[in-house]
Design a protein around this ligand. Sequence first.
Ligand SMILES: [Zn+2]
Length: 108
Amino acid sequence: MSAIDDLLKLLDRIPLWKKLNALPDRVDELEKRIAILESASKEPSEFLDLGMCLLKRNPTGGYFNTPLCPSCKKPLSDFFPGKLNCGSCSVVLDSMAVMAAVKKALAS
Ligand SMILES: [Zn+2]
């Protein structure tokens, strides 16, 4: 075994040296992830988050006025008087508050 091999073996015992050796691959991986995140953030969101519910973007402009479940994005229905609920995930919301939020969002 040469002196250089011995030296490299010795360097491999140093944690910082191991990290330095892994850096080029790590940087490549992070650059790919950043590129994916940047391209995703440039697209306008398909949904407008009103906090309690969502509205879907209308391709012709603005948003549809049907409030959607904040969890599964399905339309909320008025199963109980004064309440809107999601049949899929049991989200129950006050219909007056939801309609006020929708009206306010659509007006702005
Ligand atoms: Zn739901």
